[in-house]
Design a protein around this ligand. Structure first.
Ligand code: UDX
Length: 465
């Protein structure tokens, strides 16, 4: 997409920006989209990346890449064996293991550049250790926060950090009222917070550090647009001393296909071409979430019972303990025939933009949520961990553009939720509301729109750093 902004930098005066993404799909996509946007604005781009989940260099011949050792292989084997999500463990590990290699790399890049030719460093907000490195090297650090504004405000007040006896993480199962609202953030229920992690200590530490170092940064770039999250933007502007730039949705400028870590199966677009408008249910639980064998089977039964066409992304090892489709119910293929397609990974943005796609059954990773809004596709929500339960509440209870599966993966509830979105009047109303948001996205990116203006301010701001 054309940003409509003109670069004021000449070939000789072009400054460089160094970017450092967290090595996970949902973080790499927006960071490389941001890098492409900054490149169109006349900046030279250097990406520092970990060896783990390295981006494909050949897709970005206009960037310079520097790979650093991350020692992730030492704990990678724990990813599928941990029985429930403990994201803080992996994120804090990376924040320790990358310190020396990142510092060496950045020091080297500064030493070989002319004074002032590097405008700033932009890291994922989750790489909180980089603030101290940037301060020591006297380089301004901005952050890209890949999650929503609303979820960041929730993190700021949630009792996830609390050591109090009454924090939901410290109560025994019998004392827990899963349906109770969380006093500090009444939109959320106790069951939403419980879903974020099994280890509140490691995740709480991660979030505390992330928020602290975001506040110390020179500015925050948000992958969202103002009209969607105005109240949260107000809170952030009040509580964070540095400037915020809401320039998203970033996927509207550049597709995420070039930064995909898994090969996308494009053949399913031909199958979608044969389906009626808004008739297909698209199902995907993103790049990191895992489900149990019995949850997987409930999904399969739900899709058989609803009787509508579907495209289901089953990422290898998404089912704990399975390589791929081993746990599918025996008669599944026979019962669905050509009505259903399963692939390992797909071009998600193209699928959501396809006229045949009628709803998105999603885990509500922030990129997936935004991509669905950009294409006006209502959602069925099955959040798994981290920010996903918060995003899902906003989708179902605030924006009212989807239905949340309150009781998790259970075939009757699944069938009812899919029916509500695909067949009921309620679903039509959700579609209208999300189409309205889609229009607002497009307006925000046009000249004079909020994201367009914010991008202009960001470029001016970086130019003065
Ligand atoms: C992770 C966290 O789980 C999430 O909560 C956080 O907001 C970001 O990081 P992830 O599972 O990667 O999220 O989901 P999401 O943020 O939705 O990103 C997935 C990306 O993969 C999207 O850009 C999507 O287009 C892409 N994708 C997904 C594909 O290209 N093909 C697919 O088949 C599925």
């Amino acid at each position: 997409m054309e940003t409509g902004l003109r670069s004021t930098q000449t070939r000789e005066t072009r400054r460089r920006i160094i970017l450092f993404p967290l090595p996970f799909q949902g973080h790499i996509n927006p960071m490389l989209q941001l890098a492409n946007i900054l490149h169109t604005q006349g900046f030279k781009i250097t990406i520092i990346h970990t060896e783990y989940n390295a981006p494909t260099h050949s897709n970005y011949p206009h960037f310079t890449f520097n790979s650093i050792s991350d020692r992730f292989h030492e704990i990678e084997h724990q990813l599928p064996t941990i029985p429930a999500p403990d994201p803080g463990h992996f994120l804090n590990y990376l924040n320790r293991s990358c310190v020396d290699p990142f510092t060496d790399c950045l020091t080297g890049l500064l030493a070989e550049s002319n004074k002032g030719s590097i405008a700033c460093l932009i890291t994922d907000a989750g790489f909180y250790f980089t603030q101290a490195v940037a301060d020591t090297l006297k380089l301004p650090r901005m952050v890209l926060r890949t999650g929503s504004l609303s979820c960041t405000t929730a993190y700021g007040v949630l009792p996830i950090f609390s050591k109090s006896k009454n924090s939901c993480f410290n109560l025994t199962t019998e004392d827990l009222d899963y349906e109770a609202t969380v006093p500090e953030y009444p939109l959320l229920k106790v069951k939403d917070v419980m879903k974020m992690t099994i280890n509140p200590k490691s995740y709480g530490d991660f979030l505390t550090n992330m928020l602290k170092q975001m506040k110390s940064s020179s500015g925050i770039i948000w992958n969202t647009f103002k009209e969607l999250e105005q109240p949260a933007l107000k809170t952030i502007c009040r509580d964070f001393p540095c400037p915020s730039f809401t320039i998203g949705p970033l996927n509207k400028y550049f597709s995420s296909s070039s930064s995909s870590l898994i090969e996308q199966d494009k053949t399913i677009l031909t199958w979608l071409d044969t389906q009626a408008p808004k008739s297909v249910i698209y199902v995907s639980f993103g790049s990191a979430a895992q489900i149990t064998k019995s949850e997987f089977q409930e999904v399969a039964h739900g899709l058989v019972n609803i009787g509508l066409p579907f495209l289901w992304v089953v990422r290898p090892r998404v089912v704990r303990g399975s390589e791929w489709l081993e746990s599918l119910p025996e008669r599944f293929q026979k019962e669905v025939g050509d009505r259903g397609h399963i692939v390992k990974w797909c071009p998600q943005q193209d699928v959501l933009a396809h006229p045949a796609t009628g709803c998105f059954w999603t885990h509500n990773g922030w990129n997936s949520t935004l991509e669905s809004i950009c294409e006006g596709v209502p959602m069925v929500c099955s959040p798994c961990f981290t920010d996903q339960p918060i995003n899902a509440r906003y989708v179902s209870d605030v924006w009212k553009i989807g239905v949340l599966l309150e009781d998790g993966f259970e075939r009757k509830g699944i069938q009812m939720a899919l029916r509500r979105v695909m067949m009921d009047k309620e679903g039509e109303e959700m579609r209208e509301r999300i189409s309205c948001l889609k229009k607002k996205v497009n307006l925000s990116l046009k000249k004079g729109g909020s994201s367009h203006q914010s991008l202009k301010s960001l470029i001016d701001y970086i130019s003065l750093l």
